[in-house]
Design a protein around this ligand. Structure first.
Ligand code: NAD
Ligand code: ZN
Length: 246
């Protein structure tokens, strides 16, 4: 299933960077944006998760995020998330860059992680920037900051907003320095995350894609692993464990 070329790279690699997207959480039951579930009460998700939607109709915006949070309450990491925790042991310089906001990598136990788009379980004040781990149940009213009274919002990067500069630089650095780069369960259309695989390739990395479908990265990949991440990653982890212990 895995080529000898990939196995040789993984046996020798010390610097590995992984980028994950919504696809890795699909097997945990978290809907992706671009699949068949990309609608919420007939609103397009991509139109709701925007800074403009928050400003225009905070009530509707919060109903949507409240629904997303509730949907996450009983969700658990899957074998793909757990396999990536093991990657921390296999590679000395390892970084997991995720576009997901669902907290599942952290719940699985990943510690070397950059949450490029934030974390939906946290709130941030629109005025004083105070961060709180969410307790708000904004179904009935829009939550406000306990410190200053201003509106709070989920601590995620919305469409139309810039990413945290420091986190982005950390991700770009890891992409440009790594020997092997994995792009897992991401459709490669949301920038600037979508440029990371190309940045790694331009700097000499071996590019591996794990996805059920074709993406803009596929033709540039050195190895294309087609199938569910929750099945492929545990198999890969087992093989890495074996070849590294030889
Ligand atoms: P996307 O929805 O655009 O694409 C998902 C990709 O995953 C597709 O290419 C699909 O073919 C692939 N996929 C689906 N199931 C898979 C599986 N079991 N194994 C492997 N691949 C699978 O997701 P994206 O590229 O992450 O971009 C969406 C944006 O929306 C991101 O910015 C992200 O922050 C956000 N988002 C996050 C979550 C989450 O936190 N779980 C969920 C939806 C969207
Ligand atoms: Zn405040």
């Amino acid at each position: 299933m895995f080529t000898n070329k990939l196995l040789a790279r993984l046996r020798d690699a010390t610097t590995v960077t992984v980028l994950t997207g919504a696809g890795i959480s699909a097997e945990s039951g978290v809907p992706t944006f671009r699949g068949k579930d990309g609608l919420w009460q007939n609103h397009k998700v991509e139109e709701l998760a925007t800074i403009a939607a928050f400003q225009k109709n905070p009530q509707l915006f919060w109903q949507f995020y409240s629904w997303r949070r509730k949907a996450l309450r009983d969700v658990k990491p899957n074998l793909g998330h757990y396999a990536l925790v093991d990657f921390e042991r296999y590679f000395k310089d390892y970084l997991l860059v995720t576009q997901n906001v669902d907290n599942l990598h952290i719940l699985a136990g990943s510690t070397k992680i950059v949450e490029l788009h934030g974390n939906i379980l946290r709130d941030r004040c629109t005025k004083c920037n105070a961060i709180t781990v969410t307790a708000a149940d904004p179904d009935s009213q829009i939550p406000t900051c306990k410190k200053c009274g201003a509106l709070v919002r989920p601590d995620v990067v919305l469409f139309g907003e810039n990413l945290n500069e420091i986190l982005l630089r950390k991700a770009q650095h890891a992409a440009s320095e790594c020997e092997v780069f994995f792009s897992i369960g991401t459709s490669g259309v949301v920038e600037p995350a979508a440029s990371l695989p190309f940045l790694s390739k331009a700097n000499g990395a071996f590019l591996v894609e794990i996805n059920e479908e074709e993406t803009p990265f596929s033709v540039h990949s050195n190895e294309m692993l087609r199938g569910p991440a929750g099945k492929i990653l545990p198999q890969l982890a087992m093989v890495i464990e074996k070849i590294q212990s030889r």
